[in-house]
Design a protein around this ligand. Structure first.
Ligand SMILES: NC(=O)c1ccc[n+]([C@@H]2O[C@H](COP(=O)([O-])OP(=O)(O)OC[C@H]3O[C@@H](n4cnc5c(N)ncnc54)[C@H](O)[C@@H]3O)[C@@H](O)[C@H]2O)c1
Length: 291
């Protein structure tokens, strides 16, 4: 809402009023949890959004999802900027973001098609949360205009987009991506493509160490969390956050990071035991805390 425009602005994003404005239309591929949130945020910021889904059924679901979110967010007028399509048609957009399921081969195939469907100067981005961005860049004819734009859930309320660059990503691509992030009222950090990027890697490291401390009886779960909240001004303790994310989700990320970055990410036995026992966190009613 805060960056609503009439969507008619053009240029490369050096807007007025302290924030850049959307520079053209956007293609979002995949209208699930993340794609719908990205589409919502873009439409609210004034961009024309083309949201692509696999078939008519999925397209209708995606449309309903975004329309419902826009209405609940008090921005019903933004619905007019939402255009839901099936397949990946040729579109004169300035930016394309894929948010299809986390599967490297699927993403590579989708990105190759996206690259052929948008103008040569358009940016192409992936919203992957854990796959190597470089492995996607490899299949593109022009990897210079490609990067990761890692949005967080729920997109409209999150302040951060992690921009993930490969060795091929050009400076212009980063500059234009930054402008889009600002146009959404968010802020970016720029991270070289590497396992866990910056946020998952550090967030999981702290979470795993907290679990190891609990395992070793250093302090109670409550006190470990309170130590970081009161002493380090974390908005939430690392164990509570693990409960919210899901212990199974954190375990999978830790296994991936252990395989790629080394033993320091080896999941603690306590985490494995809790996952095996079904204590997955808030969604299961119990994790490190009772919910
Ligand atoms: N959920 C999260 O918290 C989160 C956070 C950050 C990043 N991500 C990443 O975002 C991506 C999407 O995750 P999600 O949670 O939104 O998944 P999701 O399953 O909710 O949505 C994926 C959507 O993509 C659609 N789709 C599948 N194949 C398609 C195709 N060929 N063309 C067009 N649409 C297609 C599906 O119909 C579905 O609607 C993943 O890469 C994930 O890692 C997720």
């Amino acid at each position: 809402m805060d960056h609503a425009t009439d969507g008619s602005s053009t240029g490369t994003g050096t807007g007025t009023g302290g924030g850049s404005r959307p520079a053209g239309a956007v293609l979002v591929v995949g209208g699930g949890t993340m794609g719908a949130g990205i589409a919502q945020s873009l439409a609210q910021a004034g961009a024309e959004v083309h949201l692509a889904e696999v078939d008519e059924r999925a397209a209708a679901d995606a449309r309903a999802r975004v329309e419902d979110r826009l209405t609940r967010a008090g921005a019903p007028a933004a619905v007019e900027r939402l255009h839901v399509v099936t397949g990946i048609p040729e579109l004169a957009v300035a930016l394309a973001i894929e948010a299809v399921p986390e599967d490297l081969e699927l993403k590579r195939a989708v990105l190759r098609r996206v690259e052929g469907a948008v103008p040569a100067e358009a940016l192409v981005a992936t919203n992957t949360s854990s796959l190597p961005v470089t492995a996607m860049a490899e299949v593109l004819a022009d990897a210079g205009r490609f990067l990761g734009m890692h949005f967080f859930n729920p997109v409209p309320r999150s302040a951060l987009v992690e921009l993930v660059t490969t060795t091929a990503t050009t400076d212009r691509t980063v500059a234009v991506a930054r402008a889009w992030v600002r146009a959404l009222g968010k802020e970016e950090i720029v991270v070289r493509d590497s396992p866990g990027f910056a946020t998952s890697r550090l967030g999981v490291a702290v979470g795993l160490e907290a679990i190891r401390m609990l395992e070793e009886g250093v302090a109670s779960a409550e006190d470990i969390d309170r130590g970081m909240v009161l002493g380090y001004r974390f908005p939430m303790g690392p164990l509570r956050l693990t409960d919210l994310v899901g212990l199974d989700v954190r375990l999978a990320i830790a296994e991936h990071l252990a395989a790629t970055l080394g033993d320091r990410f080896t999941p603690p036995a306590l985490l494995r035991r809790k996952v095996a026992a079904g204590e997955l966190g808030r969604k299961a009613g119990r994790g490190f805390f009772q919910w």
